[in-house]
Design a protein around this ligand. Structure first.
Ligand code: ADP
Ligand code: ADP
Length: 226
């Protein structure tokens, strides 16, 4: 069973913009998968639908075999989402941000504290656990977003343009954290418009343009064709 299976997905917004025009793709369990495409291609729309923030117009989405429209909450429990914008309370400490987030999803406080230590270490933030998160650098804030998404132990981690507009040093730090998460068994899907990011991180990718998948397959195979 693929981690994510999408069939003939269409999305037409209220203003008649056809953001997705029949997208099909499969992401295998354990994969590191990039959805690559220019601005306006439909990447955020696709991620939004998979993470239940946007309603689909037609087609099907299955997460580990569970149909999103049939059992949305079960599908959502398997997904961790890292949004584009930093959206935690920067007047809280990283440890509290993670523990409270897990608590919101029903994780016990003791378990949340154990997980928070693990995730902060993996994100190279353990020594910052009790700082005011407002004082963290841009890269640290972004790694904290990744750590937070991992607190619910998702099988599938989805990131929407995680490194858009950040410099190369920050990107490298995030890439390292993501590689460790993937190596530990979590499937990762990210959207990006940086080819070099997809190339460095991902085994498989799909290229999307104007709502249509124009190429899909193993990174190496597609690179040879570019
Ligand atoms: P990407 O993430 O690849 O930049 P988006 O999914 O954000 O692409 O956008 C795809 C198309 O859908 C664009 O033409 C965009 O303007 C349009 N779009 C995105 N969100 C909305 C919305 N909420 N309402 C109307 N049109 C939208
Ligand atoms: P992205 O960063 O994915 O390219 P944008 O910056 O184009 O997305 O859009 C930011 C937000 O505005 C998103 O939530 C998107 O859904 C929404 N949006 C984008 N295009 C439109 C549109 N034409 N009409 C309404 N909302 C839009």
């Amino acid at each position: 069973v693929p981690a994510l299976s999408i069939r003939d997905l269409r999305k037409t917004y209220d203003n008649k913009v056809e953001a997705l025009k029949g997208v099909s793709l499969d992401v295998a369990e354990g994969d590191f998968f990039a959805l690559l495409g220019p601005n306006g291609a439909g990447k955020s729309t696709l991620i939004g639908i998979v993470s239940s923030l946007v309603n689909l117009t037609s087609g099907s989405v299955q997460v580990h075999g569970i149909d999103l429209r049939r059992d949305r909450s079960a599908a959502m429990r398997m997904i961790g989402l890292v949004p584009q914008e930093i959206n935690f309370n920067t007047f809280e400490q990283p440890l509290d941000i993670l523990v409270n987030y897990a608590g919101f999803y029903g994780v016990s406080r003791d378990e949340a504290i154990v997980r928070a230590e693990e995730e902060l270490k993996r994100a190279q933030l353990w020594d910052k656990a009790r700082m005011m998160s407002r004082t963290l650098s841009g890269g640290m804030k972004r790694r904290l977003m990744i750590a937070r998404a991992m607190m619910t132990r998702p099988r599938l981690l989805i990131l929407d343009e995680p490194t858009a507009g950040v410099d190369i040093e920050i990107r490298r730090g995030m890439w390292q954290t993501l590689r460790e998460i993937n190596a530990a068994g979590t499937t990762i899907i990210l959207t990006t418009h940086y080819l070099e990011e997809a190339e460095y991180l991902c085994r498989n990718l799909a290229i999307i343009d104007r709502g249509t998948i124009v190429a899909q397959g193993p990174m190496r195979q597609l690179l040879a064709r570019l």
